[in-house]
Design a protein around this ligand. Structure first.
Ligand SMILES: Nc1nc(=O)c2c([nH]1)NC[C@@H]1CN(c3ccc(C(=O)N[C@@H](CCC(=O)O)C(=O)O)cc3)C=[N+]21
Length: 292
């Protein structure tokens, strides 16, 4: 069994970007600039957005962090997005989800300029991704998983991949990327969800399992074939007094029980999370360099 070290792979990718950005800076070219908007005080969202901004600083990107109170009006948020759309210095705009219930996520996502939608959530980017167009921004989490498979030389061609979850930001795009005629890709993909019958049986047939359902320790060893590759997208905070933070992080996979059966498995933390950030940085870099 081998651990797929997302932290290490992300570092390799980020380092390559960092070198390219330094090179751009010395030749007087524009460096990438990411604007991140955070609404409200959700602890996990704050951690993630801070981590994205910190990564920008580490690799030489410019970043702008915009924070709003929970009760900001939808109109004010949309006005800000419009301003960032028109700001030529900004390459990427990210609005951290989830948003408070009084704000329409659909309206917000569709307000972001397609060319700055580095999260890849805009319908036009999703359409382009499905059509396999290179200019599309691919959503950061599934893109990060593809990069993790690629950098660790995991064979996917002809394999049966089972994706657990059909969300617009992870499960659905993941299923499309894995089925693409590409490397990694060329999988036969099954998408499972809350209404799936015989889930254990389907999972047991998978060569690759991507668990993205948001239920702590959902995937159990009896659902996993010997030698399977298991990718854990879940990240749940479980209260834990023995930790300084007051919580521990648990994935959608019962790691200790499942890991012995796997050929490769991602840990939580240190697996998909850091790859998500690396993929976001790649998208932001791409948005910037496309304008050269
Ligand atoms: N517009 C938008 N874009 C996103 O990309 C987006 C989002 N909204 N909403 C929420 C999810 C979640 N997400 C994560 C990013 C990094 C880690 C990450 O770095 N995790 C660390 C641990 C961090 C911790 O200590 O909590 C790890 O797994 O090692 C996790 C989760 C991005 N998301």
């Amino acid at each position: 069994m081998q651990i797929l070290d997302g932290k290490k792979t992300a570092k390799t990718i980020l380092n390559t970007i960092k070198i390219d950005v330094a090179q751009r800076a010395t030749t007087g070219k524009k460096v990438p600039h990411l604007a991140a908007i955070l609404v409200g005080a959700n602890g996990a969202s704050q951690t993630y957005v801070n981590s994205k901004v910190r990564t920008c600083n580490e690799i030489g990107f410019n970043s702008t962090m915009i924070e709003y109170e929970e009760d900001i009006s939808e109109m004010k948020l949309l006005d800000k997005i419009q301003e960032l759309n028109e700001d030529l210095s900004v390459d990427g705009i990210l609005v951290q989800l989830p948003l408070p219930a009084h704000i329409s996520e659909k309206k917000v996502i569709e307000a972001i300029a397609v060319a700055k939608d580095v999260d890849g959530f805009h319908p036009e980017n999703i359409g382009r991704m499905i059509m396999g167009e290179e200019e599309a921004f691919v959503p950061a989490t599934p893109y990060g998983i593809m990069l993790l498979l690629e950098h660790n030389n995991i064979t996917t061609k002809g394999k049966h991949a089972v994706v657990l979850g059909r969300s617009n930001i992870v499960g659905r795009p993941m299923s499309i990327l894995l089925s693409n005629n590409s490397n990694p890709g060329n999988c036969t993909v099954t998408v499972c969800h809350s209404k799936t019958e015989n889930l254990n049986e389907i999972c047991s047939q998978a060569d690759i399992i991507v668990a993205a359902i948001g239920q702590a320790e959902f995937l159990q060893p009896e659902m996993v074939k010997d030698g399977a590759v298991v990718i854990d997208v879940g990240i749940t905070r479980i209260p834990d007094d023995s930790k300084k933070s007051g919580y521990r992080l648990v994935g959608d996979v019962d790691f200790d029980k499942v890991a012995p059966k796997c050929s490769f498995i991602t840990p939580v933390p240190g697996g998909v999370g850091p790859m998500t950030i690396a993929a976001l940085m790649k998208n932001t870099y791409k948005s910037c360099t496309e304008k050269d």
